[in-house]
Design a protein around this ligand. Structure first.
Ligand code: 8YV
Length: 319
């Protein structure tokens, strides 16, 4: 039987591409530029399957123009806010994602951002690197201690739980808001809040781990920033859409939020230039899952889903 045709929209890990090329008639976008609407529509007529990243936007308009040839979109991401799921469902196209395998890498990055924001990583690095470090004082770059502080987690899914596990190693007191309370073996002593406002009131550190949906857009707005304890630190490794960036900037300027650690922005790539003057905003360019091990695991998980589909089975991560 001839191999199924697969389009891979970005330069995935070498191991992933090797396996894809072995098992599928694979075309890889080696230029590694995001696939445009026109690219996606054209690909739907030439390929049975696509592995996109969150950089490809499968909007309702794009999906409506897809050819009937395309059978499955096996995302190389856990987040699927770049896909119009109802539109894909209507076209009978199977959609999968890559949960679990990136939870630890993303939680590690959340820890880096939390610690870096709390302890002046940006200003500290700049002052040493630039040769401007010419004095020292006990009052110099005094930060906020994580040990023993209260951590508020919004969204206690896979990444939220992985972050909580790492934060327990820092003796943090874990609080969370989630659609439903976790069973005790999963909560591991974390305190459940059945509404976000209650969580914000105790969050000396706040970390966002929920998906971007119409309901969570601008979840952290001015009113909600105002509920945080004075000087809270805010971390976002989930999606930029969760944070009203103008409101965050206001809270940073007043000191109501003492620092932020951000891996996600409303505009990507690019970020928010208005944040650049504030060294208490520690920023990274959406690299939460960017470790070698995790990139391989994400690619393999997407391929596992494809293999299952083409073997006539239900893929593990079908949405
Ligand atoms: C990925 C992500 O880097 O998985 C997600 O949802 O946001 C990131 O971890 C990216 O989506 C890869 O396609």
């Amino acid at each position: 039987m001839s191999k199924k045709r697969l389009w891979i929209t970005r330069r995935l890990s070498d191991a992933t591409l090797e396996r894809a090329e072995r098992d599928y008639d694979t075309v890889v976008n080696h230029e590694d530029e995001p696939g445009s609407a026109a690219d996606l529509i054209a690909a739907s007529a030439e390929f049975d399957a696509i592995i996109p990243c969150h950089s490809e936007h499968l909007s309702a308009d794009v999906v409506a123009q897809f050819s009937d040839r395309l059978k499955i979109v096996a995302n190389h991401s856990v987040g699927v806010d770049h896909c119009d799921l109802p539109a894909l469902k209507k076209r009978g196209i199977v959609v999968t994602n890559t949960p679990d395998v990136l939870s630890d890498a993303t939680a590690e990055l959340a820890m880096l951002l939390m610690l870096g924001a709390a302890r002046h990583a940006v200003a500290g690095d700049r002052i040493v690197r630039s040769g401007a470090w010419d004095s020292w004082s006990p009052a110099f770059m005094v930060g906020k201690q994580v040990t023993g502080a209260r951590l508020g987690i919004v969204g206690m899914g896979r990444v939220g739980k992985a972050f909580a596990a790492k934060a327990r190693g820092f003796d943090m007191e874990i609080h969370y808001f989630n659609r439903s309370e976790l069973p005790p073996d999963q909560a591991q002593g974390a305190t459940y809040h059945d509404n976000i406002e209650s969580l914000l009131g105790v969050a000396d550190f706040l970390s966002l781990h929920c998906p971007a949906t119409p309901e969570t857009t601008n979840l952290m707005n001015a009113d909600r920033f105002a509920l945080l304890p004075k000087g809270a630190v805010v971390v976002n490794t989930a999606r930029g859409a969760l944070v009203d960036e103008a409101a965050l900037l206001d809270a940073i300027k007043t000191g109501d939020v003492s620092a932020a650690g951000l891996d996600c922005f409303q505009t990507e790539p690019g970020g928010n230039p208005a944040f650049a003057n504030h060294e208490n905003i520690f920023m990274l360019p959406h690299i939460g899952s960017a470790t070698r091990q995790t990139r391989d695991a994400m690619g393999f998980r997407a391929l596992d889903n494809l293999d299952a589909y083409f073997a006539g089975k239900t893929p593990k991560d079908v949405l």
